[in-house]
Design a protein around this ligand. Sequence first.
Ligand SMILES: [Zn+2]
Length: 370
Amino acid sequence: MPVGTQATVKAVPQDVLEDLGVEILLGNTYHLYLRPGVEQIRRLGGLHTFMSWPRAILTDSGGFQVFSLSDLRKVTEDGVTFRSHLDGATHFLSPESATEAQIGLGSDIIMAFDECTEYPAEPQRTRASMELTLRWAERCKRYFEEHQNEVPWNSPRHLAVSRQEVSSVEFQVSSNSEANQTLASQQATRNSKLETRNCTQALFGIVQGGMDRALRRESAERTIEIGFDGYAIGGLSVGEPRALTREIVESTLEHLPKDKPRYLMGVGTPEEIVEYAKLGIDMMDCVLPTRAARHGLLFTSEGKVSIKQARYAADQGPLDPNCSCRVCQRYSRAYLRHLYASNEVLAQVLNTVHNLSYYLDTMRRVRHSI
Ligand SMILES: [Zn+2]
């Protein structure tokens, strides 16, 4: 899942994401909650309509960002009080309000509000944190069951608006040129896609338990007892050695049902996503392909390329001779290096398109081999 923190995968328009074959992307509740605000997005028909993205969206609960980005946070049984990294204003997120926010955004998969245990942590602290996450998981599920019908795409008002848009589009078709007809029919298809969505969200639980295999097992078993549509492994890639991440993933997977999606949060390099898929992970998200691209770090079939290097200044070859993406088909390494060195906006666009394409190709190969 490419990461679209602020209702955008940085530097790439939605139609290009569709062409690349992105089927699902991730939105960050913390950022959208602070700006433009959940109520604003809800009034505009939910996140899909707002960002014109008819395919699937997963939102995180906001918990991880609260712990990693905000200042002066205070965790109590009730939830977390924190200061916005934007303006310093005080906010409060709880299992209930994080679930409410994700229902308001109307994403397809929403995540339980958890506490991401820091690394390293004392055994006592890890257990207490895991227990808190389990109590919060129950509260998320209860709130979700009581309020899941409040998604914006379920509201009669939104459906009425969508129908109005479709009929006004039909009117344009009858009175305008051929080019407009194509645009209008695309818009109508998009609206009808949004309208005929299967009107339920899925709620995923998150397994915590730090780097302790026994606690991971207990967390998995008790999260399954609460019952979710899918299960995520959280609290990894928080600074621990890679070998330890792998060990914890492998041992946690043994305790998660094979017939439900299993989602490893915040991972990883192309090599890692292949490795974790092999272990049985179904879903992963990571800022690496997009963030690295903006820093000129490109993943290719021949290894990593740092496009800023002078050695590429006269290199007429494609970035990756084995990549069929629109960037590798069209531009040379020399041109990409020039764009990056000149700090041109297009550098970020092209680099991101290639990296996403490389990641998606990697996952396509994984699926094919399965
Ligand atoms: Zn490429």
